[in-house]
Design a protein around this ligand. Structure first.
Ligand code: ATP
Ligand code: MG
Length: 159
């Protein structure tokens, strides 16, 4: 359906307001002017965003920050990026991180809770929508996850 991206992203943040306040994490939401609307499966994309924002919060220390942005990508697709100032992911783990049950360093994950499914589910949903998901990270600096989604241009009737 036709989605107002600013509204969609701010609603994701609202769903996590308790955890965000608890960890004193600040969030910014930015949507590029010419990309305010998109035709998206709102339920599916909400699930993806919830998984990614939940990770960003879980793996960011108190007082950190999260930037969520939407822009049109060179490919013509919509790019949604979730960037955190968290603990990061070792380069050697980056390519396996979307595998089911894969978690970095069992010791650090054990006290965090979770099953290691979030990212694999997110990738499945994004792929089912004809999109792609990429992750980049620097240890102790932060992580950015970028979701690329095909969008039907404004004015279209389908999708
Ligand atoms: P679940 O999402 O099922 O509750 P999970 O968060 O451990 O559990 P994923 O979301 O699939 O599982 O993430 C896999 C692993 O990737 C995590 O255990 C964590 O080590 C690492 N990871 C994911 N997102 C981030 C992030 N933003 N910063 C640092 N590490 C991350
Ligand atoms: Mg997760």
């Amino acid at each position: 359906q036709k989605v107002d991206l600013t509204e969609m992203l701010e609603e994701v943040v609202d769903r996590f307001s308790f955890q965000l306040r608890q960890k004193a994490i600040t969030v910014s939401v930015k949507v590029e002017d010419r990309q305010q609307n998109a035709w998206l499966d709102r339920d599916g994309i909400d699930q993806v965003l919830d998984n990614l924002v939940s990770n960003a919060i879980k793996y960011t220390l108190d007082g950190g920050s999260i930037d969520i942005s939407a822009r049109s990508h060179e490919s013509g697709q919509l790019a949604i990026a979730i960037k955190d100032t968290g603990i990061g992911i070792p380069k050697k783990d980056l390519q396996r991180i979307f595998e089911r049950f894969y978690r970095v360093d069992k010791a650090r994950s054990r006290n965090m809770g979770g099953t290691g499914l979030g990212l694999s589910i997110a990738r499945e949903i994004v792929r089912a929508h004809g999109g792609a998901i990429a992750i980049d990270s620097d240890m102790n600096v932060g992580t950015v996850v970028t979701v690329l989604l095909p969008i039907v241009p404004e004015g279209s009737e389908s999708a």
